[in-house]
Design a protein around this ligand. Sequence first.
Ligand code: ACK
Length: 218
Amino acid sequence: GPIEEMSLPLYFGWFLLSSVQDKVRCTSMDFLKTLDTLEAFKKHLIDFTGKAEKEVDLEQYFQAKGTLHCTTKFCDYGKAEGAKEYAQIPAVNDLYGSVFELSLSALFVTPRTVGARVSLTEEQLVLWPADAEKEVESAASLPLGSRAHVTLGCAEGVEPVQTGLDLLDILALQQGGQQGELVEEMELGSLTYYGEGRWLLSLREPICAPACFSSFYE
Ligand code: ACK
């Protein structure tokens, strides 16, 4: 009934503790600042601007979206498919309020979003919905947890749901054998270009981010 539905959150997820939020935001800003100055990036500016000569300030281009988190299940207060079933998984109840150490293994940028890839452990995957990747046709055969990410910013008019879709898009390209173009070894890691404005920085040292498994209501 409606009361049951009301009690479900907008989404469940891991919420990064405030101490690490700043570190992640700084790393992301550093990355955008550096990316902006690379000749290789300037060469493909048209992906972001639609015009070859136009300049772009990536730090301004993306707007931050609230508290940093990794969504496990988007419930939409019970309206999303499988929301109720997810909330009833024993692990979801048992682990609610527990702190986990998420591993942020890569940063990615597209003309729509900037995000961090989260590499989930077996223990963390018990909280991951079985259908998260299957919702996206081109990503259906990717391993469970491939969509896990932290949204760091969205371009104007872009909804945060896009970040996970952009990540799946890049991972599907990789799975399909597209190596991308290794552009540069940066201090933070190796930077690869996948065409159409898609950039992936594999972090040399993944960021360990303590995060509390909980839910969000607006
Ligand atoms: O950045 P995110 O993972 O993308 O965190 C936000 C959060 O839920 C609140 O909007 C995510 N989100 C929104 N719609 C969906 C959806 N249909 N499927 C999966 N995640 C979603 C959004």
